[in-house]
Design a protein around this ligand. Structure first.
Ligand code: AHG
Ligand code: MN
Ligand code: MN
Length: 339
């Protein structure tokens, strides 16, 4: 049997690949791993504790908050506060970013953005949920507290990003810009162990993921592309947890779409907490992530923390095909009044 490589070991080994690395990013990734284990523990026994259901409040995006959203949010912030490697966090669940005071006078270089629990409406019915994170190098002076601009960086500036999937097994997938690796939590030893090395997304796949219930609310070019997916007998899979849907596509190939609708004219998903980190991972695995208006997600200017974006992400061959549909049908003249 091959020797087990734990997440900690792997991260430390990789640090040696960066000649001037100070170990801070290494520490930060390890702390996120610890937070993931704590959240995993609670998600796993959620039905036994009084932590299912809604918390009775709305988050910064005006959505209903689940108790576990808040729990995961707190645990991530606690772990990052204790780590001393992070000078601030921004979370989907918080209106504003939170500066973190330096520990024992040490100034830290990084800020972390996260969606503490993605797909949280799935929790009460025991369906997979996830955590998404992104790490940026701070732009503000190291001496003072972090600033808003530290968080409003384009996705191209991500130093690292990843996700944790609390599914049939618990997986942590991350990239520091040199490929993507996956680690499965072995509950018997409480460690994430390397299970998927250098993940590459297939050029095409048999799956498409979109909330087909909104079909009539999509623009015509998007409807045409979805019709085409159906004509091609692609299999529709939509979990309602972006992490889970993207995870399937990363391994088996396919495309995930969340276009603009009447309710969400800018798209629903959040650029900072969802679209950018997952686009970083998918691109690192050889895939593509663009908006339904065909801009590369990672290059979008970020104007505010809770900004939304439309997204088409997944296998490169399929994203290119979707792009061709949009170009073709949005260029076609529209005829009104029977003309
Ligand atoms: P969150 O639970 O963090 O608010 O994210 C839910 C997101 C995403 O994970 C999922 O793909 C999408 O919302 C589902 O939205 P619809 O129910 O509108 O399809
Ligand atoms: Mn989410
Ligand atoms: Mn969430």
């Amino acid at each position: 049997m091959n020797r087990i490589i734990t997440l900690d070991e792997f991260i430390i080994k990789r640090q040696k690949d960066f000649p001037y690395a100070s170990g801070e990013l290494t520490g930060l990734l390890r702390d996120i791993g610890v937070a993931a284990k704590i959240v995993n523990r609670e998600v796993n026994k959620a039905g036994l504790l009084n932590i299912l259901g809604v918390a009775g409040s709305e988050n910064a995006s005006g959505e209903e908050v689940q108790k576990l959203d808040l729990y995961a949010n707190e645990k991530l912030i606690d772990c990052l506060k204790n780590s001393g490697e992070c000078c601030g966090v921004a979370s989907e669940e918080l209106e504003d970013f939170v500066p973190i005071q330096s520990v024992s006078g040490k100034t830290s270089k990084y800020v972390v953005v996260f969606d503490p629990l993605d797909g949280s409406s799935n929790i009460d019915v025991n369906v997979s949920v996830g955590t998404i994170f992104g790490i940026y190098r701070r732009q503000s002076e190291a001496e003072g507290p972090c600033q808003m601009d530290d968080f409003l960086q384009k996705g191209t500036e991500l130093v690292a990003a990843g996700y944790v999937l609390y599914g049939t097994s618990t997986l942590l997938v991350y990239s520091t810009g040199r490929g993507v690796n996956g680690f499965t939590l072995d509950p018997t030893i409480g460690e994430f162990c390397l299970s998927h090395t250098d993940i590459q997304i297939p050029d095409r796949g048999n799956y498409y993921a979109v909330n087909q219930g909104y079909y009539l609310k999509f623009d015509v070019e998007m409807r045409r592309y979805i019709d085409y997916c159906s004509d091609m007998n692609l299999r529709l899979r939509y979990i309602g947890s972006m992490v889970s849907d993207i995870h399937r596509i990363l391994f088996q190939g396919g495309i995930f779409l969340y276009p603009n609708t009447r309710k969400y004219p800018q798209g629903k998903l959040r650029l900072v907490y969802e679209c950018n980190p997952l686009s970083f991972i998918v691109e690192q695995a050889g895939g593509k992530g663009i908006t339904c208006q065909l801009e590369r997600i990672l290059e979008l200017p970020v104007n505010h923390l809770h900004q939304r974006a439309t997204i088409a992400i997944g296998s490169p061959g399929m994203v290119d095909e979707m792009k061709a549909f949009v170009e073709r049908y949005s260029a076609a003249p529209t005829f009104n009044n029977g003309q």
